[in-house]
Design a protein around this ligand. Structure first.
Ligand code: 0PR
Length: 378
């Protein structure tokens, strides 16, 4: 650190210059986050210094968090669900599996996840000393139920399904997984970090949430399609016993027990999530999902016109395009200031997320560049 103070103006100048180096959302196809709704930003600012780690000091924002959990529970078919606002999908997944492991009380346990699972499950294996068994996918990139079944044994502590896979936006057969979980008395966790704020607003009912009896917990992230501020993750359990399985005694704090992973945690994102959910309501979220799905259709039909097909017909606003030499195509697009990502082998493809910050006009510009890049590379 410097010895001498620097004036506020000088510090701000440094920050402004540095901020200019960050790229802008309107060129991002690679991110599951988006510009937060303005009301979320206002709420975030208002609650900046609140700490949900010591809720007795901040009963106001603690109540907002409870209201968010209740609204999410209602949206996902279980108004009595309990949980909390975490820092994101990774923390929610860690905590869901930790609860399942603690409840199962087995040593040297394993979890069975789809091969399409987010890399947070690899972190979980390491953190919680669990073997992570990866079940194969079918031709539509959903988890294959017979593969899942073959990986289960008496050391299994949890089964995971994904409602909106990171790379393809695919939805696993949650009803089928719930049957397997019920047969074996297992915790079924559904990772809907991305899909949680999309699926409830699509025409088709995918039957993936708490309305499916065997679903024990759900990850749903307000900082993705929930238009809240970062870091806002959601973790919901069907029953209080799972949350209790996470609790430690806090001895000297205003509340005797704590279930969250982090101690000190900002109330700002919980307040931001409350604000955006209240302000938009189901109507507003449906409008946003309709907009993103319209962008998705626009992108896919434009891609088809230049001879590029999606790997699967998109279910939500996640598209994987089959392009020749995807690594090179991505590099060339990056040079043209388009931020795109890629899916893993064996289905290597160009991955695009159509978030609310994208526009038809930019998709058209992108497709022109994509066409040119592909022609140059062949
Ligand atoms: N589960 C699923 C299904 C996810 O897609 C993700 C993240 C997570 C869990 C983990 O969530 P957190 O990142 O909130 O802990 N999916 C995005 C991804 O890996 C996260 C992301 C967002 C990455 C914005 C890049 C980015 O610019 O692609």
């Amino acid at each position: 650190m410097r010895d001498k103070a620097l004036s506020e103006d000088e510090v701000m100048r440094i920050l402004e210059k540095t901020r200019e180096r960050d790229y802008s959302y309107d060129r991002f196809f690679s991110t599951m986050c988006t510009l937060p709704h303005p009301i979320a930003v206002r709420a975030h600012d208002m609650f900046l210094e609140t700490n949900l780690g010591d809720p007795g000091l901040f009963p106001g924002v603690a109540e907002l968090e409870e209201r968010v959990v209740q609204m999410l529970g209602e949206m996902l078919g279980c108004p009595d669900a309990c949980g909390y606002i975490s820092t994101g999908g990774t923390e929610s997944n860690i905590q869901a599996i930790r609860a399942a492991r603690n409840e199962a009380g087995k040593k040297n346990g394993n979890i069975v996840v789809p091969a399409s699972a987010h890399f947070s499950f690899d972190k979980i294996g390491d953190l919680l000393s669990l073997e992570v068994r990866k079940a194969e996918l079918d031709s539509e990139l959903k988890v294959d139920l017979s593969s899942v079944e073959s990986l289960l044994d008496d050391r299994t502590v949890a089964l995971v399904g994904i409602a909106g896979t990171t790379e393809f936006g695919q939805v696993d057969p949650i009803v089928g997984l719930a049957v397997l979980a019920a047969e074996q008395g297992l915790h079924l966790h559904v990772d809907a970090a991305f899909g949680g704020f999309v699926l409830p607003f699509l025409e088709r009912d995918w039957r993936w949430d708490f309305r499916v009896k065997g679903v024990s917990s759900i990850t749903i992230d307000p900082h993705k399609m929930g238009m809240s501020t970062i870091p806002a993750g959601g973790l919901l359990f069907r029953g209080q016993e799972c949350l209790s399985a996470l609790e430690t005694e806090t001895h000297y704090l205003t509340k005797a027990r704590q279930a969250s992973l982090t101690g000190t945690r900002s109330g700002a994102a919980a307040a931001a999530t409350y604000a955006v959910m209240m302000h938009l309501g189901r109507e507003g979220f449906k409008e946003m999902v309709d907009y993103c799905m319209d962008l998705t259709r626009h992108l896919v039909s434009g891609a088809r016109l230049i001879g590029i097909e999606p790997v699967i017909e998109p279910i939500m606003n996640v598209v994987a395009l089959k392009v020749p030499r995807p690594v090179d195509v991505r590099d060339e697009l990056m040079k043209r200031d388009w931020h795109v990502s890629m899916t893993r082998e064996p289905n290597r493809a160009l991955r695009l997320i159509l978030m609310g910050h994208m526009t038809h006009a930019n998709i058209d510009l992108f497709l022109e560049d994509l066409d040119e890049v592909c022609r140059e590379l062949i």
